[in-house]
Design a protein around this ligand. Sequence first.
Ligand code: KG4
Ligand code: ZN
Length: 344
Amino acid sequence: MSLILGIESSCDETAAALVTSDREILAHKLAGQEAEHAPYGGVVPEIAARAHAEILTPLIAEALEEAGKSLDDVDAIAATAGPGLIGGVMVGLVTGKALAMASGKPLIAVNHLEGHALSPRLVNADLAFPYLLMLVSGGHCQILRVEGVGQYRRLATTIDDAAGEAFDKTAKILGLGYPGGPRVEALAKKGDPKAVPLPRPLIKSAEPHFSFAGLKSAVVRAHQSGAHRPEDIAASFQQAAVDCLRDRLEKAIAEQERCAHLVVAGGVAANTPIRTMLEEVAQENDMAFTAPPQWLCTDNAAMIAWAGVERFAAGLSDPLDFVAKPRWPLDPTAEKARGAGVKA
Ligand code: KG4
Ligand code: ZN
């Protein structure tokens, strides 16, 4: 059995966790930065990096204490090394390197997206490769075929905004504040999803990719027109997002080699109508469906520690001069999508 310390600091959550290869989560600590970023309506990279630097070391100490473990008990230190806001990533990676050097334990530089991608295997021991992954977060919107540790085939990505970004922008337009996704979902419950006519960008297109920028512009126009209630805009936006995700997913399923299992990961997976839709699509296509619990869908260090467990088991570790990567695609062979390059 192995025990891995995981460190996460790529966006606005500082996190540390201890996870075993037996899927036991001995500790997982998380410190959000909502209060720091709320006045700006979004994450400010410099503020995030400073907050990570202040919080991370004590948080790791707390995680070790909660688990009743010391660094001596740990087999390796897994730290997010990208992609993400580079200042924050550097804080976590440098901390991981220092702990690895001081303890003589190996460093595992984890791709944050691999953390999300493998997280369903932390809660489902029967989830075997290959599986189809819908990765929907604040920075990413991709459909991937997960073929093994470090082996990913990207089937679709966004050509502009990520799904979570669209939720966050809609929240900002409607004056709901930050973080936006859960607030849009809550408001949408009171609205009519058919009230506001909104576009479904790229739906039915031959291209496999997602696009959300046009949907956002339409939300701006609907709001500015003054003709609609905010709850109706929220509900109609959410329905459009669900429809877009469903259409692209169905296309990917129809065109790819069969996977027995559909899996969702990333912060947007916390959205109930999206989860329900994914469950339906899985059922219609005779696939099993796994959605990690909500706390494991949004950024956390347990998924980084688990990616560490999987990489450690595969005999993988990284040199202490590993350089943090602001962009780090899971499938480096994937062609650039039109308009992409804005985001990893
Ligand atoms: O994976 P995550 O925690 O961070 C990134 O790596 O991006 O995802 C955060 C994103 C944000 O855009 C947030 O608004 C969205 O996930 N999100 C939601 C919900 N909860 C979080 N979007 C829609 N509905 C939700 N309930
Ligand atoms: Zn994430």
